[in-house]
Design a binder for this molecule. Structure first.
Ligand SMILES: *Cc1c(COP(=O)(O)O)cnc(C)c1O
Length: 374
C-alpha cells in the first residue's frame, strides 16, 4: 500500500496559470499605459471579451466575486429576508448579512445539492425580498421553477454562479438567468484573474449603478457621490491575467473533462456497490468540470478517507462543510437536514490541469484500498 504514496503533494486544486511570457507581454502594456486601476484599458478589453464568452447582455467586472455579490444585493435595494441555501461557501450568507438582511435557509435537493424549489414557497413572508441560490459545483439550479416562484411573489433573484463559469443549460448560457448572476474569478476557480469577479445582468440601467457602487458611490458621469458604495474595482494586473487565461480556458475544460471521466471509470465499482455517489452534470447542461466530488455513505467514512489521504500525500477537501447555518458566528435555525447530511459526507477530490490520468488512477486505487480496509 505504501508504494501508492505520491512523492510530491497532490493538492485538491491548483490555479490555471498561463505561460509566463504571455503574462509578461501584458505587464509591458501596463507599464506602457501607466494605468494600474480605475476602469483601465485591460479591464475594458476583458469586459468585452467576457461579455462575448459568457454570452450575456451586460457584464461588470469587480476586484473579487464576494464584493460583487455584496454590490449586487445593494444595487437591488433588498430589504428584510432573503431565501438562500445553507450548502454553499461562507461568502453567499455573509454577502446577505453584510447588507443587513436576514438569510432564511431552505433545504437543498439530494441529487445536485442546489436550493430545492419545493422548499422555497413555504418560507416566503411579507418580509421576503429575494432568493439567492447557488449553482453548486457548476450544476445549474432549477432555473425555470425559481423564475416562476420569483415572478409569482414579486421577488428578485441573484444567482451565486461562482462555480458555473462557461456553463449553459439547454443551450442558454447560465449568466442569463435571474436579475443578476455573480461569477468568481478567484485563483481556485476554472477561470481566474488571480482574484476577481463579475456580475452579469439583463437590466441595462444597472451598469451605471454598478460603476458607481464599485467606486465609492461616485457616479461615472457627474462625479457625484450619489450612493453609499465600496471600493471593488478590478485592477489591471487582474485584468491582464484574465486576458491571457481566457485564451486557455476552453482547453482547460477539455482536460478537466478527461480527468473527470477517468475518475468516473476508476470509481465505478465503488459507486455500483453503493460505497460512494459521484456528483454528475445534469443531462441538459454544458458543464465545466470545475470539481470532482463524491459523497460517502457515512460521515465516519468521509472523515476517515479525509484523514488518511494525506498519508499518501493526497489532499481532499470537505466542501462545503459545515453548512452555513451551522457556523458558530451566527445563530440561525438548523432545520435543513439534507444539507447537513451532504455536508457531513461530501469530499472533493483533486482535479487540476497538471494532474495526469495516471495520478487519478492512483488516487482512486488509494480510496478503494482505504474503503475496503474499513
Ligand atoms: C469562490 C466562491 C465565492 C466567492 O468568490 P471570491 O471571488 O473568492 O470572492 C462565492 N460563492 C461561492 C459558492 C464560491 O465558491
Amino acid at each position: 500500500m505504501k508504494n501508492l504514496k505520491f512523492n510530491e503533494p497532490i493538492f485538491v486544486t491548483r490555479p490555471l496559470l498561463p505561460p509566463i511570457e504571455e503574462y509578461e507581454k501584458k505587464l509591458n502594456e501596463i507599464w506602457d499605459n501607466r494605468w494600474l486601476t480605475n476602469n483601465g484599458p485591460l479591464e475594458r478589453q476583458l469586459q468585452d471579451k467576457l461579455k462575448e464568452f459568457l454570452d450575456v447582455d451586460n457584464i461588470e467586472l469587480f476586484v473579487n466575486g464576494h464584493t460583487s455579490l455584496e454590490v449586487a444585493i445593494k444595487a437591488l435595494n433588498l430589504t428584510g429576508e432573503v431565501i438562500t441555501t445553507p450548502f454553499t461557501f461562507a461568502s453567499t450568507t455573509q454577502a446577505i448579512i453584510n447588507n443587513n438582511l436576514t438569510p432564511v435557509y431552505a433545504d437543498v435537493d439530494s441529487e445536485y445539492y442546489n436550493l430545492n424549489p419545493d422548499n422555497i414557497e413555504e418560507l416566503i413572508t411579507d418580509e421576503t425580498s429575494a432568493i439567492i441560490p447557488v449553482h453548486v459545483f457548476g450544476n445549474p439550479c432549477d432555473v425555470e421553477r425559481i423564475t416562476e416562484i420569483a415572478r409569482k411573489h414579486d421577488l428578485k433573484v441573484i444567482y451565486d454562479a461562482a462555480h458555473a463559469f462557461g456553463v449553459s443549460v439547454n443551450g442558454t448560457p447560465i449568466g442569463n438567468y435571474g436579475d443578476i448572476s455573480m461569477f468568481s474569478f478567484h485563483a481556485t476557480k476554472v477561470f481566474n484573474t488571480i482574484e476577481g469577479g463579475a456580475l452579469t445582468f439583463s437590466d441595462d440601467d444597472l451598469t451605471y449603478k454598478f460603476k458607481a457602487l464599485k467606486n465609492f458611490g461616485i457616479t461615472p458621469d457627474k462625479e457625484e457621490v450619489q450612493y453609499l458604495g465600496v471600493n471593488a474595482k478590478m485592477n489591471e494586473f487582474e485584468a491582464a491575467m484574465g486576458l491571457v487565461n481566457l485564451d486557455h480556458v476552453v482547453d482547460a475544460i477539455v482536460t478537466r473533462k478527461e480527468l473527470y471521466e477517468k475518475y468516473l471509470e476508476c470509481l465505478a465499482d465503488l459507486e455500483n456497490e453503493g460505497e460512494i455517489k459521484v456528483i454528475r452534470p445534469k443531462k441538459e447542461v454544458d458543464y465545466n468540470y470545475a470539481y470532482f466530488t463524491i459523497k460517502l455513505n457515512s460521515s465516519e467514512k468521509r472523515d476517515y478517507i479525509f484523514e488518511k489521504l494525506p498519508e499518501f500525500n493526497v489532499h481532499a477537501k470537505k466542501y462545503f462543510y459545515p453548512p452555513c447555518n451551522e457556523f458558530p458566528v451566527y445563530d440561525f435555525e438548523k432545520n435543513t437536514p439534507i444539507a447537513k447530511d451532504i455536508s457531513d459526507t461530501i469530499l472533493s477530490l483533486p482535479i487540476y490541469l497538471s494532474l495526469s490520468v495516471e495520478d487519478v488512477e492512483r488516487i482512486c486505487k488509494i480510496i478503494e484500498l482505504l474503503l475496503r480496509d474499513l
